[in-house]
Design a binder for this molecule. Structure first.
Ligand code: SME
Length: 175
């Protein structure tokens, strides 16, 4: 049964262990549930609470969520489930960090958003960002986007585990 405790992370937990819990809880929550709105919503909650349980810079995450393929326009992303402040509604493939991840099908790990050409500043507080594409077959169906209010908020550990989450979401939802 789904329980809110899934979003509780032990104090002092390592980043690797926090992501392990995210992946484990996500797998449990996705069991018997293939709706992407539902699964991305719970994934955003798990990520948000994981970051808030960690030390800086992860604790400084100020936005964690998803953009999905916009069914009403070609090569465009539309805002999906997230935690944080309101955000840009649509992003064209190739634009900003999200659109670049979608167009190139590769993770974008941005240490300083000011140095990323074309970065879309939905929130001027965001200083670093990581965006991971979610592929179904060879088609981008969504992206994971996490913003941080300090520089260098993300590293290879975040990349590794968020790419695992992207794989899990790819196979756990009907896109
Ligand atoms: N900064 C992103 C836009 C989305 S928000 O960060 C939530 C970008 O450049 O694509």
């Amino acid at each position: 049964m789904v329980h809110a405790d899934a979003s509780n992370f032990a104090e002092g937990i390592t980043k690797d262990d926090a992501y392990e819990q995210v992946l484990l809880q996500a797998e449990g929550l996705f069991y018997g549930q293939r709706n992407w709105v539902c699964n991305l919503s719970n994934a955003a909650s798990l990520l948000w609470h994981a970051y808030k349980s960690l030390a800086a810079p992860s604790s400084e995450v100020n936005w964690a969520g998803f953009y999905v393929l916009d069914p009403t326009a070609s090569e465009q992303l539309i805002l999906g489930p997230f935690q944080g402040k309101v955000a840009c509604q649509t992003i064209k493939f190739g634009k900003g960090v999200c659109g670049t991840a979608a167009a190139t099908k590769t993770t974008q790990l941005v240490e300083d958003v000011e140095k990323f050409p074309g970065h879309i500043a939905c929130d001027s507080e965001s200083q670093s960002e990581i965006v991971v594409p979610i592929l179904s077959g060879d088609k981008v169906v969504a992206i994971i986007d996490v913003d941080c209010a300090v520089l260098n908020g993300f590293d290879e550990t975040d990349k590794k585990h968020l790419e695992r989450l992207a794989d899990l979401l790819s196979k756990s939802c009907d896109w």
